[in-house]
Design a protein. Structure first.
Length: 388
């Protein structure tokens, strides 16, 4: 699938759990609060609370390790340990914990409530494409079994754990693999169609499923169908508060804006980005995408209007967004050099057409922006250190 911009370097990841709520993979309600619980069980209860309710993986970790010293083959504790390591960024330790749990509990039913499919979905996300397919398929199989009334291990488990959403997430994950890493497989397209169709049958208004459908239609060059799916995805949550359970995770909404840009729906993309900006304005990618959208929007206006009209305002606003992008890029020590370089390139193109206005008493030399200077940027703190 074609990309709007495909920088090679990786960018730093930031947790937005405070903005988006719990991960879709968290196995909430796996343990109930019991004042008469045994000492060992109390450790699990406390660790679950710290991890899922207090978002304190660093505090949960020692409790889980203490429990596992006595109960080394507890799938419940191993799953929680894996989640804690994920939150703390230790993916190797997380993979080891989930793998151990999967070997002990391959069917996800080691307790009355079942440890469930989550470990397999995590393992899929932490694996290479070929291995990920097997893990996703195992997770999907377990979820379907749990969703079957006769096979549900606990009456409230499926609702409390959001298994329908997890089923959709796993199916879309499979589709994405066959649109990227395994796109050359002879059955790649048919698999994508099957996975996305199944996801939409499970949750017809799922924004994640609709965006995956749009990605597939873009790769098939069916742009009108892709746009229809993207607008339907946005319509499903645009009137809802950010904390509503039907609002997709922040990262998914950023991806929605990318797909809208790719299909030249710049105004809708900007509407999505404005909402994200109100929610959290500390992501360089957000400002870059907004600036890129405004630049492309103005470019189209310029061509239609023969060089006069509203394109100037679009490009001036684009300049503000891109300068904010570079300021944040520097302040946060972001690593995505592709975003930085493309933002600078767009700003240079804008300056050729619209010279920057200078404040009264400011010289042209004083008005030069740091992004135009050769070499790397320096933050204010770096400047202070140099002066000292």
């Amino acid at each position: 699938m074609a990309k709007t911009r495909s920088p090679k370097s990786k960018s730093k990841s930031r947790s937005k759990s405070g903005k988006r709520g719990k991960s879709v993979l968290n196995s909430a309600a796996a343990f109930s609060t019991n004042p008469h619980a045994k000492p060992d069980e109390s450790l699990l209860i406390e660790a679950t609370s710290l991890l899922h309710e207090s978002s304190s993986p660093d505090a949960a970790l020692p409790l889980l390790k203490k429990y596992l010293l006595v109960n080394p083959n507890s799938p419940q504790a191993l799953d929680l340990l894996g989640e804690a390591h994920i939150e703390l960024g230790d993916t190797e330790a997380a993979f080891a914990a989930f793998s151990h749990s999967a070997s002990i509990d391959p069917e996800g039913q080691a307790s009355p409530a079942g440890t469930g499919p989550e470990k397999f979905l995590w393992l899929a996300q932490l694996s290479s494409a070929e291995t990920a397919v097997a893990y996703y398929e195992r997770g999907v199989e377990i979820i379907k079994r749990w969703l079957s009334t006769s096979a549900t291990p606990h009456p409230t488990a499926t609702a409390e754990r959001g298994l329908l959403k997890k089923l959709v997430s796993a199916l879309c994950g499979l589709a994405e693999i066959y649109m990227s890493d395994l796109c050359m497989s002879p059955d790649a397209e048919s698999r994508c169609e099957r996975y996305v169709t199944e996801a939409l049958l499970a949750l017809p208004e799922s924004a994640v499923a609709l965006q995956t459908l749009a990605s597939m239609r873009i790769s098939q060059q069916r742009v009108e169908d892709a746009v229809a799916a993207l607008k339907r995805a946005f319509d499903g949550w645009k009137e809802l508060p950010p904390t509503h359970e039907n609002v997709p995770p922040y990262a998914d909404r950023v991806n929605l804006s990318k797909l809208l840009i790719e299909t030249e729906e710049y105004e809708v993309a900007l509407e999505v980005l404005e909402r994200l900006k109100d929610e959290d304005d500390q992501l360089p990618d957000l400002w870059y995408l907004g600036g890129w959208s405004l630049f492309l929007l103005g470019e189209g206006e310029k061509e239609r209007e023969g060089g006069e009209g509203g394109w100037v305002e679009s490009w001036e606003t684009a300049r503000e967004w891109l300068e904010n992008c570079l300021l944040l890029y520097n302040a946060l020590e972001w690593e995505d050099e592709g975003i930085r370089d493309h933002a600078k390139e767009i700003l240079s193109n804008i300056k050729k057409e619209i010279p920057e206005k200078m404040e009264e008493g400011e010289s042209a030399e004083d008005g030069e922006k740091e992004w135009e200077e050769e070499g790397e940027w320096e933050s204010d703190s770096d400047d202070d250190q140099m002066k000292d």
